[in-house]
Write a protein that binds this ligand. Structure first.
Ligand SMILES: *Cc1c(COP(=O)(O)O)cnc(C)c1O
Ligand code: SF4
Length: 335
């Protein structure tokens, strides 16, 4: 059963008292858990089940933590880097993640209106620097295959758009949606890349892995993004197991995001130093192709950057480089 309200949580085993206490949380932030995710482990469930801790809103938690609205030249479009734009074709998701940096807006509306979509596509068509269109959260794969095909066809008609990238949780949280109609929509001229959002190895159920295999079979390159979350995946064993499972399923781990400053999410946030220590422990122990880049989206819309750990310190005329064990070595550029 798909859980969308507190009564559903009671049916799923929560006590009535606990559910009632959560009402102030679900009044503020939407609830939705697919059957696949409701049936997994506590570590996975923590990402979706509301918690009273969300009522603690800290001063530094901004409504738009990554500045999506700072660079919005057309409805649903975020244009921060010259060669690529984000297009928020819908606000709907299959699950609502408690830590989502767009939690203020996701679920508030469905797909962009026809008028808004026309304006967004006009902007993309009129901006030759746009090489890649990124369809992201809400979750673009909640659109019907018919709508997606129409959108992809319109983007494909823009000669300078050479890549269409999806960021989606659907193949993992609602794998049945990856059907023949969706796959057919993805077989097209601009190269389609799919970035799977997944945070815990237990999310990769047999059905999720089968959906990934269908995408690979359709010739779609797969990458992943994960969010570093306290109490979910902030230990070496869980991350190692997640990244190995992804590679085994032909998904290249792309980004590990430091948790954003979304409202009411401080219980999920690690420190940057903790994230760096985890990445350092994974380097050397885990195949290089399984290692993602640890990134921070700088609050205020200043962009995403790798945040280490740093292996090199540059002094005048020399570099001090640390190896995976932490031992330091001097390196000089040959002159
Ligand atoms: C994250 C992001 C992108 C994509 O960045 P990549 O580093 O190419 O994955 C593009 N535009 C905006 C506004 C973003 O936040
Ligand atoms: S946009 Fe992504 S992270 Fe946010 S609620 Fe939807 S699926 Fe979860």
């Amino acid at each position: 059963m798909t859980i969308t309200n507190l009564n559903d949580l009671v049916s799923a085993g929560l006590t009535r008292d606990s559910a009632t206490a959560l009402a102030p949380v679900t009044d503020q932030f939407r609830l939705r858990i697919t059957p696949e995710m409701a049936q997994t482990t506590p570590g996975v469930a923590r990402q979706f089940v509301p918690s009273l801790a969300e009522l603690l809103i800290r001063a530094e938690e901004l409504a738009d933590p990554i500045g999506d609205h700072v660079h919005e030249p057309a409805p649903g479009v975020t244009h921060r880097y010259p060669d690529r734009v984000i297009l928020h074709a819908t606000q709907t998701c299959e699950v609502y993640c408690r830590f989502c940096f767009r939690r203020e807006t996701v679920g508030a509306a469905g797909p962009l209106s026809d008028e808004a979509l026309d304006q967004a596509i006009d902007y993309i068509a009129a901006t030759p620097a746009i090489w890649e269109v990124i369809l992201t959260g809400g979750d673009p794969m909640t659109l019907s295959p018919r709508r997606l095909k129409a959108l992809i066809d319109r983007l494909a008609a823009v000669p300078h758009v050479e890549v269409i990238r999806f960021h989606t949780r659907v193949p993992v949280v609602a794998p049945d949606r990856v059907d023949e109609a969706l796959l057919a929509a993805l077989r097209t001229r601009p190269a389609v890349y799919v970035v799977i959002h997944t945070n815990h190895p237990a999310e990769l159920t047999a059905k999720a892995c089968a959906a990934l295999a269908r995408l690979v079979g359709a010739g779609v390159p797969l990458l992943s993004q994960s969010v570093l979350l306290k109490g979910v995946n902030d230990d070496v064993a869980t991350l190692e197991s997640l990244f190995r499972a992804l590679i085994r399923n032909r998904v290249k781990p792309y980004y590990l995001h430091h948790a954003d400053l979304a409202k009411g999410t401080s219980h999920f946030r690690t420190t940057v130093a903790e994230g760096q220590a985890l990445m350092q422990a994974l380097r050397g122990r885990l195949s290089g192709i399984a290692l993602p880049t640890y990134v921070l989206d700088i609050p205020g819309g200043h962009g995403k950057v790798p945040i280490g750990p740093a292996y090199i310190q540059t002094g005048d005329g020399h570099h001090m480089v640390s190896d995976p064990k932490g031992e330091r070595h001097l390196y000089h550029d040959p002159t």
